[in-house]
Design a protein around this ligand. Structure first.
Ligand code: AMP
Ligand code: GLY
Length: 421
């Protein structure tokens, strides 16, 4: 079976690696990165090029297209592939709106009775600013559309909240993505990421995870795409997982189904565990990055078979399980990340890291040059992932591997997974 992975970051390297481990599977990947050659054949088409991916899927006679990032899904890649008779793992455009429009997500959650922050949507800047002049603080200002992690401001001061709304709505910092703004009440608590695979009807929960979005230790500094992640999280024990399936996942899928929208792929709920129970912070329509690295590292079972079953609407017959041992993924980021990451720096020590037990270095922003040197090519460069008997051992292994690796300006957090023991 041939599977085309769309995307070329750390999440997609983990997907390609896990798929390549399924019996009889050959993996292709859109462009790939400096590490994907080991597990997948790169083809020269941009992950965001909907028509190009559809053509490549036909030319290479792939049996399944597995989509990593949200942008092509929101642009209708799954719809296009389905129309062409090609199996796809990832939701159609109408379902991807759960991530691509925060106002739509709130509309669906309200109809479904899903617990979340109170919210107000504005497409008029004057009305948004008037609301923010007098609302309680802190307050959260979110661009409605896709903004690659730059669309959410948690404002503790009123001038910050007003500046965020102005930047999105008046100064057009995010273009069309920011012209509608969703204002949310601030929720205090602990975060967790809960992903399920679903064919719209059947739901297979994946292991819970936590990602660390802030750049510095102790969850300080600006938000990034994610500086590391671990799985499982004690917040999502079996009973809580079942409760979230019943209060969040099922009602959301049912509310979409009532609108005639099937959801096939990964539904990701970003949750805040508040004093009043779990509340949804966001939905994503795909695997989280970097949560996918530790979650797929722990996956036992046949991911290719599960994805095909999902695409065909028969997910009920696929057993997936998770290694009970925890996994930790430490992101090694480029100097200057997140504002202006440096690129083109040679990466040393990858071979030494690869020799360590129960450790895997997933590549993200890397590129292999003609002479074989691997250089940095993006903000999040590598996701060093390791497992162990307990969190302490998984963490020790991941950090040992991280210390083998060097490149100019390299930065990473030293506390990924430290709060769980
Ligand atoms: P989002 O992309 O919507 O998940 O937001 C990014 C981050 O902002 C989340 O991971 C939270 O840390 C924070 N956040 C988002 N919404 C809220 C909220 N209503 N209350 C508190 N923090 C929030
Ligand atoms: N780690 C959060 C995300 O993938 O959006």
């Amino acid at each position: 079976m041939k599977i085309l992975v769309v995307g070329n970051g750390g999440r997609e390297h983990a997907m390609a690696w896990r798929l390549a481990g399924s019996p009889g599977v050959e993996v292709l990947i859109t462009r790939g990165n400096g590490g994907t050659d080991d597990v997948a054949r790169a083809i020269d088409v941009a992950p965001t090029d909907v028509a190009g991916v559809a053509t490549a899927a036909r030319t290479h006679a792939v049996d399944l297209v597995a989509v990593g990032p949200e942008v092509p899904l929101a642009a209708g890649l799954a719809d296009r592939l389905i129309a062409d008779g090609i199996r796809v793992f990832g939701p159609v455009q109408a379902a991807a709106r759960l991530e691509a429009s925060k106002a739509f997500a709130h509309e669906v959650m309200a109809a479904a009775g899903v617990p979340c922050a109170r919210s107000w949507s504005f497409d008029d800047a004057t009305a948004a600013l008037r609301h923010l002049e007098s609302c309680p603080l802190p307050v959260v200002v979110k661009a409605d559309g896709l903004a690659a992690g730059k669309g959410v401001v948690v404002a503790t001061r009123r001038d910050e909240a007003l500046a965020a709304a102005r930047a999105f709505m008046v100064e057009d910092h995010l273009g069309a993505a920011g012209r509608t703004v969703v204002v949310e009440e601030f929720l205090a608590g602990q975060e967790a990421s809960f992903m399920v695979m679903t064919d719209g009807e059947h739901v297979v929960p994946l292991a819970g995870a936590r990602d660390h979005k802030r750049i510095f230790d102790g969850d300080r500094g600006p938000n990034t795409g994610g500086m590391g992640a671990y799985s499982p999280t004690p917040l999502l024990d079996d009973a809580t997982r079942d409760a979230v399936l019943a209060s969040v996942i099922r009602p959301t899928l049912d509310a979409l189904a009532r609108r005639g929208i099937p959801f096939r792929g990964v539904l990701y709920a970003g949750l805040m565990f508040t004093a009043d129970g779990p509340r949804v912070l966001e939905f994503n329509c795909r695997f989280g990055d970097p949560e996918t690295q530790p979650v797929l590292y722990r996956l036992r079972g046949d991911l290719a078979e599960a994805m095909v079953a999902c695409a065909e609407g028969r997910l009920d017959r696929v057993p997936l399980a998770f290694d009970p041992r925890p996994a930790v993924c430490v992101v090694l980021a480029a100097g200057g990340y997140p504002e202006s990451p440096r690129t083109g720096d040679a990466i040393m020590g990858l071979e030494a890291a690869a020799r360590l037990p129960e450790t895997r270095v997933f590549h993200a922003g890397t590129r292999r040059q003609a002479d074989g040197t691997v250089v940095t090519s993006g903000g999040r460069v590598l996701g060093v992932t390791a497992t162990g008997a307990d969190f302490a051992q998984a963490r020790a292994r991941a950090y040992e591997a991280a210390r083998c690796i060097r490149f100019e300006g390299m930065q990473f957090r030293s506390d990924i997974g430290a709060s769980v023991g």
